[in-house]
Design a protein around this ligand. Structure first.
Ligand SMILES: Nc1ncnc2c1ncn2[C@@H]1O[C@H](COP(=O)(O)OP(=O)(O)OP(=O)(O)O)[C@@H](O)[C@H]1O
Length: 311
């Protein structure tokens, strides 16, 4: 493992997809943690794996890293098997609760990981990029939860990987650490690296990802640019008092995806509230007390990831 194995790595990096998952499945007993995932991630993409607890995000990340073996399907990272990509320093990972050495200092830990890799970035650079240079002499057992996360980030960066995999990277961070973390991450992605991060937070995905892959019950339920997924999730609700409204007319209004009718009170969900409103006023000119509200991000996320289609 020295200079002689460099060319294959260069070749692999230019060979198509950064990550390719095909027909991926993994069950734990009765639980289908990952239930048939096909996903191709291009080099340079910043992808958020978004989903509620138990959606299968960590299981997917573990399989991309080769920490867990799929029951069926394949994983390739820059054309290589996960284990090989990890050994070559192509993947850097920041996992939930990844272990840190209690007795070593932050500087020593990052230096140790650097020594395992062929072409690490300078230790000082990894510490600076992760915003932990001031913690260099601190021991692992003296770090707060948020500081530990930032040290894990330095450890993930130091191999100078082409792909960074982050499992809920900001989970233990306070607001200012989060901001700092994403600022360093952006500096990293600006250099054309690929980043895949799992998160519960739609806002984080919106702000930092080029692409959002929404998972529920081990499957992908939406995949697209942030704007596309937002549009998919970004309907509005329209409430009004509409004398004469009937279920049939409401159901046939343009854009309406759901409706409720209670006496003269109506509540509509619409994916085109302008068209719905125009048609509503044409059909029911006496409609009054009209209110239109965006479905909150939280609500949109819940609507796309709700369990109502569960088998
Ligand atoms: N080692 C395991 N043994 C048994 N069941 C597991 C194991 N790992 C995961 N599961 C189950 O598989 C499903 C998917 O879990 P996974 O951790 O991948 O989801 P997640 O989307 O990462 O959730 P979270 O956001 O809570 O981390 C869950 O139902 C979980 O309970």
């Amino acid at each position: 493992m020295n200079e002689t194995s460099s060319p294959p790595r260069e070749a692999a990096v230019t060979a198509g997809a950064a990550v390719r998952l095909s027909g991926l499945r993994k069950s734990y007993g009765e639980v289908r943690a990952v239930d048939g995932i096909d996903l191709t991630i291009a080099p340079g993409e910043v992808v958020a794996l978004l989903g509620p607890n138990g959606a299968g995000k960590s299981t997917t990340v573990d399989m991309i890293l080769g920490l867990s073996t799929p029951d069926s399907g394949t994983v390739s990272v820059f054309g290589a098997a996960p284990g090989e990509a990890v050994r070559d320093g192509v993947i850097g990972a920041m996992l939930q609760g990844g272990a840190l050495l209690a007795d070593a200092t932050v500087g020593e830990m990052v230096a140790m990981v650097a020594s395992l890799h062929r072409k690490p970035m300078p230790v000082g650079e990894a510490l600076a990029r992760a915003g932990v240079d001031d913690l260099k002499n601190q021991r692992g057992n003296r770090l707060s939860g948020g500081q530990k996360q930032r040290v894990r980030f330095a450890v993930a960066l130091v191999s100078d990987p082409d792909l960074l995999l982050l499992d809920e990277p900001t989970a233990a961070m306070d607001v200012s650490s989060r901001r700092e973390f994403w600022r360093s991450m952006q500096a990293f992605t600006d250099s054309g690296r690929t980043v895949v991060f799992a998160t519960h937070y739609l806002e984080e995905a919106e702000e930092f990802a080029d692409r959002v892959v929404l998972m529920r019950s081990g499957r992908i339920v939406a995949d697209g640019s942030v704007a596309q997924v937002r549009a998919l999730a970004g309907g509005r609700t329209l409430r009004a008092v509409a004398p004469g409204a009937t279920a049939t007319t409401l159901a046939n209004l343009p854009g309406v995806t759901e409706y409720q009718l209670r006496g003269e009170q109506i509540a509509l969900s619409s994916n085109d509230s302008d068209a719905t409103l125009r048609a509503l006023l044409t059909a029911f000119p006496d409609a009054r007390d009209i209110e239109i509200a965006a479905i909150g991000l939280e609500g949109a996320f819940l609507s796309l990831t709700s369990d109502e289609e569960e088998k």
